[in-house]
Design a protein around this ligand. Structure first.
Ligand code: MG
Length: 406
């Protein structure tokens, strides 16, 4: 089975406490408790040495010093944590333009389509861990990697500290099964007892329960837990670096479901994006397809390009190649294409084209520049491709048609 998406969750190990141990070697190997010792203070982070005594985050400092009298209290230094956090996030961004930070010390990284660059999922996770170690001068992270955010996050926590856990999508359901229900997102101190009163102790129990049983005992969150228990979590990794991407979406009057129909709209979007990229002097590092079905569920798939491109044909072909990665069968009411990881066209990565790709790419580059030129002179829509004929609203009857296939 191929991975529909590759999502990594990277989480620093005992972040604040590890930073203190990094900066002050005399604290290494000792039970460090970051937080004020005052009567009303709480523990922010405990080192693994202190955790052995049962000291945990959010525990009152008084309780922590009772459990671990030899614990060394260290006041937090947030500026230092923030500057290391910036270094960590920068390290993540070397692997993907789509990084979603959850806090100072953890993030989702969408690695979909990057196999050609970084290798297998395990290799990706190891590289991320190494990059964190190098960029911080010696801090460790744990990385979980799977096909969904939920499973990746559970995986990063699985073997902590300093671990990589890979959960292949076809193994995810079995892998989750023996875990306690407290591992379900949204199952907190109030919900776990409710699940247990209903006889649901493991994630496998939740998966095997009927929808009706879950609804009766848990209300509307029953369906949510069932989805997680069956490893269904299609939420995209939401990068906040939106300025470096741009998209062209279309909400359709008539829903579409066939590849041909979807491709038609992808082609229109690709033309528009290619033209905008060339006009602004940018090329794109990756392409993302977004589909929304008639139940208003959104899905997206993305891929890095072999080399940055501003060529509509390349954007379109990549978009079409992503279509077989969607599990949902539609019908769709929205079809969108976006480019991300945009960069100025004269950056050195432009030289990364393979020679044989280069010739055909140059040909269609020239053709597209001609189209831009005609569009400048006669307006958008003056020239269109043969593939667009016969669809409403795109073809002006007597204008020349060009088709890149020729
Ligand atoms: Mg952490």
């Amino acid at each position: 089975m191929t991975w529909p998406r590759i999502i990594a969750h990277a989480d620093m190990d005992a972040f604040y406490a590890s930073v203190e141990q990094l900066d002050d070697p005399s604290l290494r190997g000792k039970p460090v408790i970051v937080g004020p010792r005052s009567k009303r203070g709480v523990v922010l982070t405990a080192s693994y040495e202190a955790r052995k005594y049962g000291v945990k985050s959010a525990m009152p400092a008084v309780e922590a010093s009772r459990r671990c009298p030899q614990g060394i209290f260290v006041p937090p230094r947030f500026e230092r944590y923030q500057s290391l956090s910036a270094a960590i996030m920068k390290a993540f961004s070397q692997f993907s333009p789509v990084v979603e930070p959850l806090s100072l010390d953890e993030a989702f990284i969408d690695m979909t389509g990057a196999e050609g660059i970084f290798g297998s999922a395990r290799q990706m996770a190891e590289l991320i861990r190494q990059a964190v170690f190098d960029s911080t001068g010696g801090l460790t992270a744990s990385v979980g990697i799977s096909s969904s955010k939920y499973v990746a996050k559970v995986a990063s926590d699985f073997n902590k500290p300093d671990a990589v856990t890979v959960v292949a999508p076809e193994e995810a359901i079995e892998w989750l099964s023996p875990m306690p229900v407290s591992r379900l997102w949204g199952a907190g101190p109030k919900t776990v007892p409710r699940l247990e009163r209903a006889g649901l102790y493991t994630i496998g129990d939740v998966r095997l329960a009927t929808d009706e049983y879950l609804r009766k005992h848990l209300g509307s969150s029953g369906a949510h837990f069932k989805r997680l228990a069956t490893a269904q979590d299609w939420r995209p990794v939401a990068s906040r670096r939106t300025a470096r991407s741009m998209g062209s979406d279309r909400t359709l009057v008539d829903d579409v479901s066939s590849v041909e129909e979807i491709s038609y709209f992808l082609r229109r979007s690709a033309d528009k994006l290619g033209e905008r990229l060339r006009r602004k002097g940018y090329s794109a590092g990756g392409v993302r397809v977004k589909l929304k079905n008639n139940r208003f569920q959104s899905f997206s798939r993305q891929a890095l390009l072999a080399a940055p491109s501003d060529n509509a044909r390349v954007l379109f072909d990549t978009g079409v190649s992503l279509l077989n990665q969607f599990d949902d069968r539609g019908p769709y009411r929205l079809v969108g294409l976006a480019v991300y990881d945009m960069r100025k066209i004269d950056s050195p990565e432009q030289l990364g084209l393979q020679f044989d790709h280069q010739i055909s790419a140059q040909k269609s580059d020239m053709l597209e520049r001609v189209i831009d030129h005609i569009a400048d002179k006669f307006g958008d829509g003056a020239v269109t491709r043969a593939g667009s004929i016969g669809k409403s609203g795109t073809v002006a009857g007597n204008t020349p048609n060009l088709d890149f296939v020729d």
